[in-house]
Design a protein around this ligand. Sequence first.
Ligand SMILES: Cc1ncc(COP(=O)(O)O)c(C=O)c1O
Length: 489
Amino acid sequence: MSAGSGELFGADDASAPANMARVDEAPADEAPADEAPADEAPADEAPADETPADETPADVAPASEAPADVAPASEVGGETTHANGARGGEADGSGARGAGAPADGTGGDGARGSGTRGDGTRGDGTRVVHAGVPAAVAGEPFLPSPVFGAPYHLDPVAGPQAGVNGYGRTDNPTYRSLEQAIGELEGGECVVFASGMAAISAVLLSTLRAGDTVVLPSDGYFLTRAFATEHLPARGVEVRTMPTPGPYPALDDVRLLLLETPSNPGLDVCDIADLAARTRAGGGLVAVDNTTPTPLGQRPLDLGADFSVASATKALTGHSDMLLGYVCARDPELIAAIRTWRGRTGGIPGAFEAWLAHRSLGTLDLRLARQTANAAAAAELLAGHPAVASVRWPGRAGDPAYAAAARQMRRIPGVVTFVLADKAAVDRFLTTSDLVFAATSFGGLHSSADRRAQWGDDAPEGLVRLSCGVEDTEDLIADVRRALDAAIA
Ligand SMILES: Cc1ncc(COP(=O)(O)O)c(C=O)c1O
């Protein structure tokens, strides 16, 4: 396999806290009593939670779909950890290390223990809205504003001190808050990076030494493979590739197995728990690229992986306006090595990006629900359309990855891959569609599609990766149907 090419398919009374102002103690310069609070809806406004009769509820999957909202037995709930939440880490300055994430990653409810279900768990929507958000302090915003600092003031006499921010490459309260949030969702400690590739290369280079062997997907994101084949052999590391669905040979001599499941763009799935057990039995490590599913779709650390690594550029942040990556792990030594790597190489996210990412995270559950519903409808349409030679979506009964995805995943992502006759058919599809942007990313609010062969992927000329956005299902499907009709010569 040459670098840069990819094989497809093989390819929130009485006991208000002392620091909170009481309603009857409003300072003189505050709004008079007869003023309606700014955030109250006037009586004539429709309640926000009413769904018009013609809308498909975003979280209701068609009967044929994989169990998008069913948590596997191995999953542990109650992830939210407000008690020790990420107060911007002003006092820990250590780069802070996912200050609130319990070592076992299982969370446990903090000071605000109410709002849980009878079994103590919280739903995905609650978890993402509150992830990494500090305990309420009167007068403070819900999410601390970004802190822009390169050097911070030092004590002129004591100099650098543990627990005090010193320099921006290793200390920033804003990205520590984001790390707290992602760490809660993945169930481990998180280190954020400037991009997904910065995160992936950190895993590869901080774990592999001369004489080691790394196994990568032959059908996964092509730049991971390109980076490995260009930089690892010269460091004495043997690089092997395997198709995501397997079969996998003996893994006992492997130092690092990097999986990408579902694979991008082929959407094949492999059994993380099985492969992790086999690799760890030989003393190796397992990393899973969790970009496409996000931590709401799949929790690799619960399945036995040592690392969950991802591009947060995609669905996790979901607005197509930033690049970001992260690595999560439970083993303190492994994650310390990753943090040290980042401190030395400097692949940190800017404070604004980190803040924006944290802000975006709150809607992840809602975005994914609509994206999955749209993908389910799109997969059905594609499967029955004469312009389409083949379609892959792991949530569709009959898809080769359906059974494995149903066992392992909590939600199926909004990405669907299909094949049209040739480049000309894809050109007609893309120029006819009003809602599907031609773009090479996925997981965003806007639907987009990408002909993979234009990047040198070892894929059929007519292969398209369709990323379903959050448009109304009815509108998107009508638009895609029209574009598919036009794709027929
Ligand atoms: C599966 C996967 N992993 C990693 C990356 C790299 O992420 P980034 O573009 O944020 O560097 C991508 C980018 O498309 C991807 O699809």
